[in-house]
Design a protein around this ligand. Sequence first.
Ligand code: SF4
Length: 275
Amino acid sequence: MYGCNNFCSYCVVPYTRGRERSRDPGRIEEEVRGLVGAGYKDITLLGQNVNSYGWGFPALLTRLDAIEGDYLIRFMTSHPKDATPELFEAMAASRHVARQLHLPVQSGSDRILEAMNRRYTAEKYLGLVRKAKELMPNLTLSSDIIVGFPGETETDFESTLDLVRTVRFDSLFTFAYSARKGTRAANMEDQIPNETKKARLAALMEAQQEVSFEKNKALEGSVQRVLVMGRDGLLEGRTEGGKPCYFEGDDVLIGSFVPVKITTGKSFVLYGELQ
Ligand code: SF4
């Protein structure tokens, strides 16, 4: 699907890409069937706001999941206001949908979320994460966060750090707010000085790096299903959760799923042994 109807106050997408338009589910099914038949293993459904897909996103996942074959389906990007228990149930019941969710929260402060026009609260977001993890205990969860949004106080930023420590994301994409011409936020008062943005970004990245390291460390000893993508010295692949994983092996494995026992978890990568 293309476009977005949300008008988050910092974002140009609704102006540049226009309103949401969703592709016909039958055409998508046909295309995925063709890709799976041609040997593609990792298929991503794309949309600026993919889970407000016009014909029902959980139903689309269930429909695609029925296609026989050895492949994974991922999707991005999801908006928390459109992420529902039905979505998590469809993921949990599927054979091919990766237990991976990118769910951008942007801030842990309700005041800032409102100024961003995100239309959910931190509590609502935490409730979604609880539900998703309850249904998929091995879910790999990532998010986007903007620091230094106009008017963001130290207290607002602390709320974001609290949320990050509570949720324990596997990884985070962090951004310092930068004004986009033509958006509402660009004209808001209380723009935050660059030094403050930089300091908050550094503090956030440090908090997350600790969590990422602990989460990858906790995978040591587990066996992960890894799709082998190529070679970078060692064989290089991606786990179902999308984490880069390196291990010894033969080039003949490139393009297939293999079981890998994780021996070392670092902040951004995993190392392992072929099983
Ligand atoms: Fe839409 Fe995402 Fe931009 Fe918000 S941030 S307006 S949901 S594309």
